[in-house]
Design a protein around this ligand. Structure first.
Ligand code: ADP
Ligand code: MG
Length: 703
């Protein structure tokens, strides 16, 4: 076979792995590094100097000329500012590349232009990046050459988190500390920490570069703002898991190789539901690394697409009328001595530690459903959550038949004496093996589903960072663990106390459990009856961050201060307004300069035809009818265009903040829809040769 790669050989090739550190560092330094990586603390400057030199030597051997502190500001993507290793030449004019421990540990990008939500005025631009030793440094190859990327946290002069990584790391420590108290209660004295693990499944679309470049909406907004449906959509369900086309296949091959070299365990790939939609899932790992790796995956997806004359769309809803993209965030907690807290074992009814953990999670999700909803919201995800598409905007938990039954027994009788078993699935064919059945079937419509030994949070948007959802998950579960441990550590009769607590939590919070069809209208009504929040949009979710309940939670565990939460609110409103403004301006531009002129030309041709046909003595019934119809829609479009301009100008003139964001949502977005409708109708009747944009059919079926 040609083109064969040795995966074992290339895996982690571009990562400064713990293994490489071990090889290249003196034993004592490696030990010091390992200690900080595993248990926190600080590295001495002398040790940091040694690590920096080894890291630089390795990077330079691999062709690196620059290094960067790679960080994750509140934009949700990553940022980097490159510095070369070039140093002062000596007196003979020779230059030896340098990289010091100080440069490794701390950076100071001029950070005034990153969103900070008022945490830092522009005249106090100081922002610091600090080396995150728990996530390995890696090499990125791009147009600028090879760059050593050092994962860092990003903080202000006064120590406030200006990024997504710092709160995540804080939340991981919080949940570890509280979960340890729980496992200690059950006699696990060997564990020294509990690690949150995450495996994110990433969906994306691929379109042809030439066609992409003909659409300003894809270029500026990442999604189509106009577009009539193609004759075929996803109704045949022939794309899901379908045979992967050659061009897409070679893209996936390249992408996998690139990711493997970067130490990302790309594992699964398949075609998704919508035409031109695909998915990639890595193997799960520590939450912090999973978050960094997901950023690397999203960057690589875009970079590799360009090499294949494709463009990768990560937007949550690139096309109206077919499925959008999300990210399934698989999450679990495990001790460092090998116990997955979410593993129910064969007989969950007898696994008291598991039942307590489950009860705590139910309590956490019910208490903070609003925060979880918020953590998965971004501008693009508004087109999915609660908008006729998976998953619903209402948070509920799917447990599956087996666990639901256990919970029911506990709530009703205080005891769970039996558990439903999976059994054998008979294939009915003698040459096929019978399969062992899972005790629980799947539910694709639930936003938060138990899947065997982990929870799958399915609400997250495809373009979003997974830092916020995991920070929130860790935080709310830490709180529930803390409250349970507070009660149980005092108990005289532990067995009785834990039994009572499980029953109490499950009874009180059972309303959050829902195993039915989350897409149905009945569920919306039922959820309202149960008092579950139904937050329909990103801007409506923002204020959940600063409720008393939220501030108490995040401050108690040192994850966010009130000021940090308020800053995030401000950034979210701003982000929303700016995004919708760009979309509105793009629509105005496309409609004014491309679409309306094309329609005007088309009506002109029709008018000429009508006259010519008449002159030739025939009745131009069809031509005149079409002309009427097109002219009517043209008039409607022109009016809607003017209305959109007015709405957007008004919005842009408002002071930034909550009111402006709501205006964009309620008025500008509505005006955008009003413009889109007649234009999509025109696309259905206007000659394809004169339509100035590639159609949905061209974009989705001709990759
Ligand atoms: P699917 O949900 O499509 O069946 P899998 O069960 O294989 O897929 O898992 C999807 C993702 O969940 C993968 O990234 C996988 O590594 C991750 N995953 C599996 N087990 C765990 C776990 N215990 N904790 C966190 N993530 C996990
Ligand atoms: Mg899944």
């Amino acid at each position: 076979m040609s083109n064969v790669v040795n995966v074992e050989q290339i895996f982690g090739e571009n990562v400064f792995t713990p293994g490489k550190m071990k090889e290249r560092l003196p034993k004592s330094v490696y030990k010091a590094v390992r200690k900080v990586m595993d248990h926190g603390g600080e590295l001495s400057l002398q040790d940091a100097d040694v690590v920096a030199k080894a890291m630089k030597d390795w990077a330079v051997e691999k062709g690196a000329t620059h290094f960067t502190h790679w960080f994750q500001p509140l934009t949700g993507i990553t940022a980097e500012k490159h510095d070369s290793f070039v140093a002062h030449p000596d007196e003979d004019g020779r230059m030896l590349m340098e990289f010091s421990g100080k440069e490794l540990i701390k950076g100071e990008p001029d950070a005034s232009s990153f969103p900070s939500g008022g945490l830092r005025a522009t005249f106090e631009a100081r922002g610091y990046t600090a080396w995150d030793m728990t996530s390995p440094a890696f090499l990125k190859e791009s147009g600028t050459g090879v760059t050593l990327c050092i994962p860092t946290a990003f903080c202000s002069y006064t120590g406030e988190a200006l990024d997504k990584k710092t709160p995540l790391l804080r939340s991981m420590e919080a949940v570890s500390e509280q979960a340890l108290r729980i496992v200690r209660l059950f006699g696990n004295t060997g564990a020294t920490k509990v690690v949150a693990s995450v495996g994110p499944e990433q969906e994306y679309f691929l379109v042809d570069k030439e066609k992409y470049l003909q659409r300003k909406d894809l270029i500026f907004a990442g999604r189509t703002l106009f577009g009539a449906p193609a004759p075929k959509g996803q109704e045949m369900e022939d794309h899901y898991f379908g045979v992967i086309r050659e061009r897409v296949g070679s893209y996936m091959k390249d992408l996998n190789e690139e990711l493997w070299k970067l130490g990302v365990t790309a594992k699964t790939q398949h075609n998704e539901v919508a035409p031109a939609q695909h998915e990639l899932a890595p193997i799960y790992e520590t939450a912090n690394i999973a978050v960094d790796h997901n950023q690397i995956v999203m960057e690589a997806m875009k970079r590799v697409a360009i090499r294949h004359d494709l463009r990768c769309l990560l937007h949550e809803k690139p096309f109206a009328g077919v499925n959008g993209s999300g990210k399934h965030n698989n999450w679990s907690l495990g001790t460092d001595n090998g116990v997955n807290l979410l593993d129910p074992g064969e007989t969950p009814n007898e696994n008291i530690q598991f039942l307590l953990v489950l009860a705590c999670i139910l309590k956490a999700v019910d208490t903070h459903a609003d925060l979880l909803r918020q953590s998965a919201s971004d501008v693009g995800n508004d087109h999915r959550l609660g908008a006729n598409e998976a998953p619903p905007a209402i948070i509920s938990v799917f447990l599956g038949e087996q666990l639901e039954d256990v919970v029911k027994q506990l709530v009703e009788t205080g005891m769970a004496v039996s558990c439903k078993e999976g059994g054998i699935l008979e294939t009915g064919v003698s040459t096929l093996p019978d399969l062992e059945k899972d005790a629980t079937d799947r539910n694709r419509t639930s936003p938060f589903a138990f899947t065997g030994n982990k929870f799958e949070f399915r609400m997250v948007g495809s373009a979003d960072s997974i830092a916020s959802p995991n920070t929130t998950l860790n935080a709310i579960v830490a709180e529930a663990f803390c409250e349970a441990a507070d009660a149980l550590e005092q108990a005289e009769d532990f067995e009785q106390a834990v039994h009572d607590l499980i029953k109490e939590y499950m009874t009180k919070h059972q309303r959050i459990i829902f195993n039915g069809n989350g897409y149905s209208d009945e569920w919306v009504a039922e959820a309202a009856k149960r008092g579950l929040p139904n937050i329909r949009s990103m801007v409506e979710a923002v204020e959940t961050l600063t409720t008393d309940k939220a501030v108490r939670l995040f401050e108690k565990f040192g994850i966010f201060t009130r000021a940090e939460l308020e800053s995030r609110e401000e950034v979210l409103y701003e982000t929303y307004s700016k995004t919708i403004n760009i979309e509105a301006l793009t629509m105005i531009d496309m409609a004014s300069k491309q679409i309306l002129p094309a329609v005007i030309r088309y009506t002109r041709t029709l008018a000429d035809t009508v006259i010519a046909v008449k002159a030739a003595g025939a009745e131009p019934v069809v031509q005149a009818g079409l002309l009427q119809e097109a002219s009517g829609l043209l008039e409607e479009a022109k009016k809607a265009l003017e209305a959109l301009k007015t709405a957007d100008e008004k919005a842009a003139s408002m002071p930034e903040g909550r009111e402006q964001a709501f205006y964009y949502k309620d008025v500008v977005k509505t005006a955008m829809e009003a413009l889109r409708a007649p234009i999509d109708a025109l696309e259905m009747i206007v000659d394809k040769d004169v339509w100035p944009l590639p159609s949905y059919g061209d974009l989705m079926f001709e990759v």
